[in-house]
Design a protein around this ligand. Structure first.
Ligand code: TK8
Length: 339
């Protein structure tokens, strides 16, 4: 190598190192944000919106780094990461947060407890009951800042059109690792199989499982629809992506920085829900138009059958969750029924 070229390389390297150092030293706080879903869904777009806002408003003092697609692990690992302080923010789905002792959250895992009208749901989540549930996370080392929408979950499978719970008989269905939801599906007649989200596509493809349940946007963007034949629009569960922060990290932040973050989260919640509503519609439309794939809409009477078949789960879990909390949550959602 010629001497001049060598010198150039040395100069360039010094320049590079120097600029990198400046780049990182300007930011006082690094905020790693983890989630397990694809980067095309509304959650990720809302996080990009949040990132821009936080970085601008903190004048670059906070460097937000987004890690989608389970790059830092899926929901379970993300929760552990926040508790240990290795991940600053994550957005696990509610039912995937089971097993971390968030007792009050369990009420949200119940089938058909959420109204099928989103406006009612948002009011419940943003109102006293939803906020009380978020506040209860603190003792487990998590700060809950708000609810993004994952959405109403619908059942897909590769075997047969499912219209009533009995049609699930013998089908191996992946559920989130959540006892209440596994019980729900076993009770419907399925063979419920707990599995981390990252393994679902391959397991559907190789036939280890026959089906799974997720909102339309994930069924499409995860390509589940390519290895499934039917999607039944039950909306049996509703998942939030809870905007969670590591308490360990949060407690060490000055108030102005915390305010910048929580304000940006509030704006992002609004942005995310609008996008989620739209995406849910158009991904459903894509699948309706897909050859060899059937989207099954249920009549109000059929939905009642599902709800009735869910009552044993309410009975089974009413002491663990607390009948009072269930009733309060039902009331906020206008989904009161006896169980
Ligand atoms: C992504 C999950 C996913 C959830 C699931 O990490 O596990 O089925 O719906 O969105 O949180």
């Amino acid at each position: 190598m010629k001497k001049s070229k060598k010198t150039l390389i040395v100069f360039l390297s010094i320049f590079l190192i120097f600029s990198l150092t400046i780049g990182t030293s300007a930011a006082k706080y690094i905020m790693k944000v983890a989630h397990g879903s694809p980067d095309v869904i509304p959650m990720h777009r809302a996080l990009q919106f949040m990132e821009k806002k936080i970085e601008e408003e903190s004048n670059g003092k906070i460097d937000v780094q987004l890690y989608p697609n389970g790059q830092l692990g899926y929901d379970r690992e993300q929760m552990e990461g926040m508790q240990m302080g290795t991940i600053e923010m994550a957005l696990p789905s509610t039912a995937n947060m089971a097993g971390f002792g968030l007792k009050k959250l369990l009420v949200m895992d119940l089938p058909f407890i959420f109204n099928h009208d989103r406006q009612v749901v948002y009011k419940a989540l943003d109102g006293p009951i939803g906020q009380e549930i978020l506040a209860s996370f603190a003792e487990k080392g998590i700060v809950g800042l708000g609810y993004f929408e994952n959405g109403y979950r619908h059942i897909t499978n590769s075997k047969r059109p499912v219209r009533v719970p009995g049609d699930l008989k013998g089908l191996k269905i992946r559920n989130m690792p959540n006892d209440l939801q596994l019980d729900t599906f076993n009770n419907y007649g399925a063979m419920a199989t707990p599995m981390s989200f990252g393994d679902v596509f391959t397991s559907l493809q190789n036939g280890t499982i026959d089906g799974q349940e997720n909102p339309a946007a994930l069924n499409y963007t995860m390509h589940f629809n390519e290895v499934q034949k039917y999607m039944t629009r039950t909306g049996h569960f509703y998942s939030s992506y809870v905007v969670c922060i590591s308490k360990m990290w949060w407690d060490g932040l000055p108030e102005d920085i915390r305010n910048i973050i929580s304000n940006a989260v509030n704006d992002a919640v609004f942005y995310q829900r609008v996008e989620s509503f739209r995406d849910d519609l158009y991904y459903t439309q894509f699948m309706r138009g897909q050859e060899g794939f059937e989207v099954i809409d249920l009549s109000p009477e059929e939905l009642v059958i599902w709800r009735e078949a869910s009552k044993p789960i309410y009975k089974k879990y009413k002491d663990e969750i607390g009948e009072k909390l269930i009733k309060e949550f039902q009331k906020a959602n206008k989904t009161e029924f006896d169980f």
